[in-house]
Design a protein around this ligand. Structure first.
Ligand SMILES: [Zn+2]
Length: 168
């Protein structure tokens, strides 16, 4: 009872937990990045629309080229036709994903051996059927020598029954 009265008279003292929490919170705020301390400005981003670096608070809008104006002869309504993104891989995924990549990658050492063996097996003149047969033969031969990876389909992994039992 005496302790309670003394607390009421004095200025409120923070508890040990409270003091620790306040120190931790201040340290956390001081340790934040610029965008953390100024959330209204946002982080620096590599903008895909204007292809510049700026803060995420700046919202860029994509502008399409106006091609021509189409007019409906009956109603007289006018519609602006915009240029659209072509349905190529660059148009859909973006050119950045393919930058510096070969269109036809060079075959690796395993594949080179495969190509060599197929050419060895084929006569000078051959049909599609001969080619398919030679490929099959080469695949089987090389998988024995170098392992099946890339030559034969993957062996299906054995299913785990124990995991199911444990989860139930
Ligand atoms: Zn932008």
């Amino acid at each position: 009872m005496i302790e309670n009265e003394s607390i009421e008279l004095e200025a409120p003292k923070p508890t040990v937990e409270g003091a620790i929490a306040s120190i931790q919170a201040l340290a956390e705020i001081r340790g934040r990045s610029f965008s953390g301390r100024h959330p209204e400005l946002g982080k620096m981003i590599k903008c895909a629309i204007c292809s510049r670096r700026h803060r995420s608070s700046i919202k860029c809008e994509q502008k399409f080229k106006e091609l021509h104006i189409e007019e409906d002869l009956e109603t007289g309504e006018k519609e602006i036709i915009y240029a659209t993104v072509p349905k190529t891989r660059n148009g859909i995924v973006g050119a950045a994903a393919f930058k510096g990549k070969r269109l036809k990658p060079h075959p690796n050492r395993r594949m080179l051996q495969f190509i060599e063996l197929v050419r060895e097996l084929l006569p000078n003149e051959y049909t599609e059927e001969d080619l398919a047969k030679a490929r099959k033969k080469a695949r089987r031969k090389l998988s024995q020598k170098l392992g099946r990876f890339g030559f034969l389909p993957r062996k299906s992994a054995p299913q785990k029954k124990e995991a199911n039992v444990q989860s139930v």
